[in-house]
Structure formats: structure tokens, C-alpha cells
Design a protein around this ligand. Structure first.
Ligand code: UDP
Length: 489
């Protein structure tokens, strides 16, 4: 049988863990639906997801990684530092941007040489919309955030209502949104509070989005339908929610274990084995994503709160090099909770999808990073929200005020992802939020109930006839028609 001409796509992620992970899942989703997919990335970043691509390829899907070398020597970076990550020293960030700028012509050449019919590029590659236009192909922009977060940022940009209050801690309402959402100036990202370089970049991103074929989000209609509609209306652009992408393309345990910087089997087995010995719904999963490091003093507060809560917990900890008054505290804490069998510490990377799908998990303490929010919704779990940087404070509004599946820890101040910030949340504050979430109470039970309903909706969204499923089928169909009409004599 003659093989049908395939639609060829190039996916270009940004150089940061939290944007690479969902965009790669999205690329795999297109391959699952018969599109020929090439993901372009740099050598070190490819190690984060190559296992997943090899698995898909062995299943007969048309997907591969095209690796380009990061120009480390040209920008004066040590080999291997080529992404914005928790391990990247701050002073190296401008050099990573320089490396990216050096690579841009090579990316453009690849769009041409690999004969892409369309490209899906991260929001942080605004230049790619013009590159696509030169080739006469559509560019689809990938957003790493929620529709609510993008709508809220748009509201601040349009109405600047944060300037109408007298202090940084006074609440203001975000105008023209589907719900009455209140925040303080301190909770806004710095680039929204007052213009800086990043404000300019976000402006360029918005312009590039308007010139794009449309945008894709790791979200699904039923999760934030009002904001989904609102966003498209205020931006005047097309957009497709294709999530939860992690649920869709990581159906097998093998996929879930391969995701990200997976460790060797025995170590993962260790935490999953420990988890399996616990009663259903009894374990708290505590993680703050891939980009965060807390100061030592904050780790001490978290440790005390977890121990004091009386609940079982898995805590993904990242030690920083800052030391502390008593460098042994965490080691002693770990020893103690291992002996009492109450807690399990994961140093570094956790197999998050495998952990969250365990029925032993009862809730999360998390930073409201968008991927983690989607993954916990998918698992039907409520969470204590502890927003830190990026658009976390907006996501908290969705989780706590709109979906009502979260308890805020009470974070008051936005900070940059690579800064510790001024705020310390006390063990009492953390403990109070955990108790509301995990103790036997009406509030926790109702949140659990709502989270479960959302989990059902997530699963339906990716099934045939579901909202995300319809979206990908229609989007691919439209891109096919467009390519066909372009290629007609
Ligand atoms: N993740 C993981 N193990 C870790 C830390 C993170 O698997 O130890 C994954 C997590 O499942 C999610 C992503 O990395 O898909 C983190 O994205 P999120 O938006 O939650 O947070 P960010 O890393 O952007 O702060």
C-alpha cells in the first residue's frame, strides 16, 4: 500500500527544563497522530528526553531528535551548561541567551533544509514567526502557561489596576476577567509591576503570537473554559488546548519513568516501593518543580512542618551550596523520618508522574508550576499552593479561587526563579495549610471530590470525541489542507 504523504513538523523547545518537558510531550502527541516530527535541541538538553523519543520510535512513530551543538566555547560557558536550570549560576544566564542568538541562523537553515510543513516553537523564540513567514509555512506558538495566567497578565498590561492601590500589599482586582480575582502588587512578576528588559521581550512575544497561525497550550477546555474563551477573544488569535499532554503520551509506566532526568531503576524503585507500603491517600507529595532552590532556613521550616504534620510524605529536596548554621540538619532529619518510616526524601529528580498516579498519594505541596498543576489535576489530587516565581501566583488563583482544589500556604511575594527572595514561610503556616488539606475535614474532602471530577474530565478530554482530542485532529487536518493547497500546481 502506498504510504500517504506525511505532514512534516519541526518542534523547537526553549532552553529550560520546564518548557522542554511539555513541548516534547506535545511533539510526541503530533507523532502519535501521524505527523513526521523532528525536535531540534542542543546536545545536553536532548539527554533530558531522548529515552522517550527512542521509545516512541521503537513503536513505529515517525519522530527523532536533531541535535545541534551549543556554542559553549564562543560564549565562554563550560561544556554542558546550555539551559536555564536550577544548576545554572545566575551570571551565566546572559551567555546562554548569547548562545541561543548564535544558533538562530542554524535553526532557520534547519527549518528550510528539513522541509518542514509547519513549525511549533516555544514562546521564547519570537523571531521564528518571521522565519516561518519567509518559508511560507505556519508557525504555531507554544505557551508554557495556563490560559488564566496569560489572561491575567494581559489584564494587568491593559488596565494597570495595580497602580491604583496605595501600597504593595493592598489588594486590587484584575479587571475584565471571567472571575473576580484579587492580588497584591508584591505578587505580580517584576516585569508587570514596572517595565524592564523582560517586559520588552514579553511584548515581542505577544506580537509574534498575533502574527502566528495560532498557539497551543498544555491545558484542556474543561479545566479553564472561561479563560480559554476569554484569552482567544482578547488576543484575537486562534488557540488549541491539547492537554494534559503528560497523560496522553505517557500511558505506559516505561514512558513515565523515562521522563526527564530519570534515575537508575533501583533508586526509583526505592521511593515507589516505600510508597506502596503506605495506606491509600495518606502520603503528601512535596515538590517545587525543576527550577527552584530554597535557602537553607526555609528547608528547615519545611522539614519541621512535615514532621509536625503527622502525615506520611515524599519530599523532593534540592540542597543549595549555601550551607547553613547546621549543615547536618537535613541528613539527621532524613535519618529520623526513615527510622519512623514517616517520610522519604528524594535528592534531585523525582519520577513525578509515577508518584502522582499512585493511589497512596493524598495531596501535594507544590509551587503551582503549570505542569505540576496539570499533572495533579490529572491525578485527581488537591494541593497546598506555594507560588514562587514565573506565573505561579496566577496559577494559584486558578487552583484556589476558580477550581477550589487548593489551600494557599500564604506566599506574599513574587521573586525571580534564581533568587531566594525575602520571604520565609513559617512551619506554622505550612502546617496549617497541610492540616486543611490532609486532615479529616469537610474542606479537604470537598476539594478531593472536585479534584477527582477534574481528573475524570482530563481523561475524557484526550479520548476520541474529547475536547483536546478534537482539537488535535482538527488542527492537523487544517494544516494538511493548507499544505496540500500550497503544493498544488
Ligand atoms: N519534574 C519531575 N521530577 C522532578 C521535578 C520536576 O518529573 O523532580 C517534572 C514535573 O513532572 C513537571 C516538570 O518537571 O512536568 C516541572 O514543571 P512545572 O511547570 O511544574 O515546574 P517548573 O519546573 O517549571 O518550575
Amino acid at each position: 500500500m502506498e504510504k500517504q504523504a506525511e505532514l512534516k513538523a519541526i518542534f523547537l523547545p526553549f532552553l529550560s527544563t520546564s518548557h522542554i518537558i511539555p513541548l516534547v510531550d506535545m511533539a510526541r502527541l503530533f507523532a502519535l497522530h501521524g505527523v513526521d516530527v523532528t525536535i531540534i535541541t542542543t546536545t545536553h538538553n536532548a539527554t533530558m528526553f531522548q529515552k522517550s523519543i527512542d521509545l516512541d520510535s521503537s513503536r513505529g512513530r515517525s519522530i527523532r531528535t536533531h541535535v545541534v551543538e551549543f556554542p559553549a566555547d564562543k560564549v565562554g560557558l563550560p561544556v554542558g551548561i546550555e539551559s536555564f536550570s536550577v544548576n545554572t549560576p545566575r551570571e551565566m544566564n546572559p551567555k546562554i541567551y548569547m548562545g541561543l542568538a548564535i544558533l538562530q541562523p542554524e535553526f532557520e537553515r534547519l527549518f528550510h533544509d528539513l522541509q518542514a510543513d509547519f513549525i511549533v516553537t516555544d514562546m521564547f523564540h519570537p523571531w521564528s514567526v518571521d522565519a516561518a513567514a519567509k518559508l511560507g509555512i505556519p508557525r504555531i506558538m507554544f505557551h508554557g502557561a495556563s490560559y488564566l495566567a496569560r489572561s491575567a497578565a494581559h489584564s494587568v498590561e491593559q488596565y494597570a489596576s495595580h497602580l491604583n492601590v496605595d501600597s504593595d500589599t493592598e489588594k486590587f482586582t484584575l479587571p475584565d476577567l471571567p472571575d473576580k480575582l484579587e492580588m497584591t502588587r508584591l505578587q505580580l512578576p517584576d516585569w508587570l509591576r514596572s517595565p524592564n528588559q523582560y517586559t520588552m521581550l514579553m511584548k515581542m512575544i505577544k506580537e509574534s503570537e498575533k502574527k502566528s497561525f495560532g498557539s497551543v497550550f498544555n491545558s484542556f477546555y474543561e479545566l479553564e473554559s472561561a479563560y480559554y474563551e476569554h484569552y482567544k477573544r482578547v488576543m484575537g488569535t486562534r488557540s488549541w488546548g491539547l492537554g494534559p499532554v503528560s497523560l496522553w503520551v505517557n500511558q505506559d509506566a516505561e514512558d513515565k519513568a523515562a521522563r526527564g532526568y530519570a534515575k537508575e531503576e533501583d533508586e526509583e524503585g526505592g521511593c515507589l516501593k516505600w510508597l506502596s507500603s503506605k495506606p491509600e491517600g495518606s502520603v503528601l507529595y512535596v515538590s517545587f518543580g525543576s527550577m527552584n532552590k530554597f535557602p537553607y532556613s526555609q528547608l528547615v521550616e519545611i522539614a519541621h512542618a512535615l514532621e509536625g504534620s503527622g502525615h506520611n510524605f515524599i519530599w523532593v529536596v534540592r540542597k543549595n551550596d549555601e550551607g547553613g548554621e547546621d549543615g547536618c540538619f537535613l541528613e539527621e532529619f532524613e535519618k529520623r523520618v526513615r527510622e519512623s518510616n514517616k517520610g522519604y526524601l528524594i535528592w534531585g529528580w523525582a519520577p513525578q508522574l509515577l508518584i502522582l498516579e499512585s493511589p497512596k498519594i493524598g495531596g501535594l505541596v507544590a509551587h503551582a508550576g503549570w505542569n505540576t498543576v496539570v499533572e495533579s489535576v490529572n491525578a485527581g489530587l488537591p494541593m497546598v499552593t506555594w507560588p514562587l516565581f514565573a506565573e505561579h501566583f496566577f496559577n494559584e488563583k486558578l487552583v484556589v479561587d476558580v477550581l477550589r482544589i487548593g489551600v494557599p500556604v500564604g506566599a506574599k511575594e513574587w521573586r525571580n526563579w534564581n533568587e531566594f527572595g525575602n520571604e520565609a514561610i513559617t512551619r506554622e503556616e505550612i502546617g496549617r495549610a497541610i492540616a486543611l488539606l490532609m486532615d479529616d475535614g469537610k474542606e479537604g474532602a470537598e476539594m478531593r471530590e472536585r479534584a477527582r471530577a477534574l481528573s475524570d474530565a482530563a481523561k475524557k478530554a484526550v479520548q476520541v470525541g474529547g475536547s483536546s482530542h478534537n482539537n488535535i485532529v482538527e488542527l492537523i487536518q487544517e494544516l494538511k489542507s493548507l499544505t496540500l493547497s500550497k503544493n498544488l500546481p
